[in-house]
Design a protein around this ligand. Structure first.
Ligand code: IPM
Ligand code: MG
Length: 358
């Protein structure tokens, strides 16, 4: 039966990078007879412009009836000043929450060819292979009450609520333990249990779960230390599990270890295998429309989609190998360029991956 892929190009560099990932998917589709079909919908600022809100009902409906979703990026200065609920990021958050995509997988893998592009010394990052498992539909991003109100003295006060129910911690914990079982069997749970009660509970629940996974070595780390350890000795980590906001922050730091945030894909999964796949980087409005953005994070997200939602691991590996081959050939977009390499455009990079698939 044909598999429906919904494509959400979004804003900024989104349309440019998604176009390259689509080329790659169409090629593996033809080469391997995967029976994928594609449709597109609006999400983000472009949706607010056309449909009056960042997640139009039609997009959510289409997303619900798809087998997998590939997204570019949302946001940009054009929409920074409009009412909060209409901002592009809200569309993405509503989509994650509407589809209950609670498990966000963010692999930080250093391609050996890019060791020189990392801001850290090659010996610190070479061989780096970390998987960050970020809770995505709870925590302070969604906790209520929230808002900005005016106090009796006339001063404004902003507030958010950091809360996790036990079942939310358990389900992300299980994803992380199972991920660790498939990898090097080391799981580090990151919290701020020295200050925040919600993460005292987080730590307790993770520790309770550990007895179901005796083959996994569980450790705990405070988030400030984890940020420091990520840049000091990142190879100590295998799988990291953490809440929504800490995961947002740590995954950007981890991305940079790999040379460029332009290399980092992600998967956001719900309990039934439906997934949203997107690069970890944003919409990069400063370089949008110039044809210089790195499409590899989106292409690698498409590979994750084939692996986690479409049960085509061979196709995923084929794309990942093709990316490796293209890097071997010395082609680089500006963000990962180093001396002696050949600087290429977004489309040239996409075409090179397509050619390397054959
Ligand atoms: C991410 C982004 C989003 C987040 C924004 C765009 C809402 O930073 O996917 O990491 O904070 O989750
Ligand atoms: Mg982020």
């Amino acid at each position: 039966m044909s598999k429906q892929i919904l494509i959400l190009p979004g804003d900024g560099i989104g349309p440019e990078i998604v176009a390259e990932a689509r080329k790659v998917l169409e090629k593996v589709n033809r080469l391997m007879g995967l029976d994928l079909t594609f449709s597109e919908a609006l999400l983000g600022g472009c949706a607010t412009d056309v449909a009056g809100k960042p997640l139009p009902d039609e997009t959510l409906e289409k997303a619900r009836s798809s087998d997998a979703i590939l997204m570019g990026s949302v946001g940009g200065p054009k929409w920074d000043k409009i009412e909060r609920s209409l901002r592009p990021e809200q569309g993405l958050l509503q989509l994650r929450s509407g589809l209950e995509l609670f498990a966000n997988l963010r692999p930080a893998l250093l391609y050996p060819q890019l060791a020189a592009a990392s801001s850290l010394k090659p010996e610190i990052v070479s061989g780096l292979d970390i998987m960050i498992v970020r809770e995505l539909t709870g925590g302070i991003y969604f906790g209520k009450p929230r808002g900005i109100h005016t106090l009796e003295n006339g001063e404004r006060e902003g507030f958010n609520t950091y809360r996790y129910a036990e079942h939310e911690i358990k389900r992300i914990g299980r994803v992380a333990f199972e991920m660790a079982q498939k990898r090097n069997k080391k799981l580090c749970s990151v919290d701020k249990a020295n200050v925040l009660e919600v993460t005292v509970l987080w730590r307790e629940v993770m520790s309770e779960l550990a007895s179901d996974y005796p083959d996994v070595e569980l450790s705990h780390m405070y988030v400030d230390n984890a940020a420091m350890q990520l840049v000091r000795a990142p190879k100590q980590f295998d799988v990291i599990v953490t809440g929504n906001m800490f995961g947002d922050i740590l995954s950007d730091a981890a991305a940079m270890l790999t040379g460029s945030i332009g290399m980092l894909p992600s998967a956001s999964l719900n309990g039934s295998g439906l997934g949203l796949y997107e690069p970890c980087h944003g919409s990069a409005p400063d370089i949008a429309g110039q044809g210089i953005a790195n499409p590899l994070a989106t292409i690698l997200s498409a590979a994750m989609m084939l692996r986690y939602s479409l049960a085509c691991p061979e196709a995923a590996e084929r794309i990942e190998r093709a990316v490796g081959d293209v890097l071997d050939s010395g082609m680089r977009t500006a963000d990962i360029y180093s001396e002696g390499c050949r600087k290429v455009s977004t489309a040239e990079m996409g075409d090179a991956v397509v050619a390397a698939l054959a």
